[in-house]
Write a new protein. Structure first.
Length: 206
């Protein structure tokens, strides 16, 4: 995997490239995170749970609990919701430039976050097919909780290891679960979009 990090006044951004991975595998991952969360970052992640489960074909509104300890030693029990694009501030959606997109909101660090609607911040993961595999960008953008450049570097170190580990396990895991035909146990949603920036809309999710 190749990566590069940039920071601007809005947040921290990682450009990345992978061989032998395609967008469908990554789309599948977001609806099946509990199957690979420990593999995504073995040294820092704990088992994932769904506070609001994914609906087959539509993970929007799902909330996962993602306990993890970052490189600075801080343990966080994050409640993270997958967002409807139209509900995300326009200035954040302006960063959408690839064909597949997921935007998640960090709601907070406890169950009370489920009833709040004031996200700490957002994460954008976007990607599209190339001749060799996939190219993508991941962004961390603060909202209620402003993120410093130092915060962004801590996040980027964590995220680069996550994205890098897709190359270790994702093709195999995706292939193994093809035998599970029940969408309740093996959901999938195509996260491709039409348009870019604040005009982007999911092609198949309503």
């Amino acid at each position: 995997m190749e990566t590069s990090i940039t920071q601007d006044a809005i947040g921290t951004h990682i450009d990345w490239k992978h061989e032998d991975i395609n967008p469908r595998m990554i789309d599948w991952f977001w609806s099946n995170m509990e199957k690979g969360f420990l593999l995504w970052h073995p040294s820092q992640h704990e088992p994932l749970q769904w506070a609001v489960p994914v609906k087959p074909g539509n993970p929007i509104g799902s909330v996962h609990i993602a306990p993890q300890t970052w490189n600075d030693g801080t343990r966080q029990n994050l409640y993270i919701r997958m967002e409807k694009l139209e509900d995300v501030p326009a200035g954040i959606r302006d960063y959408i430039c690839y064909e597949h997109v997921v935007i998640v909101a960090g709601l907070g660090l406890g169950e009370e976050a489920l009833t709040a609607n004031d996200p700490m911040g957002y994460r954008i993961h976007q990607y599209e097919k190339t001749d060799y595999g996939v190219v993508g960008k991941s962004s961390a953008i603060g909202a209620r909780r402003k993120e410093t450049h130092a915060d962004g570097l801590v996040w980027s170190a964590h995220c680069i290891e996550e994205i890098g580990n897709w190359g270790v396990f994702l093709p195999q895991l995706y292939t193994l679960f093809k035998v599970v035909k029940n969408p309740s146990y093996n959901p999938f949603a195509d996260l491709s979009v039409d348009g870019k920036g604040r005009e982007a809309r999911y092609r198949y999710i309503r």
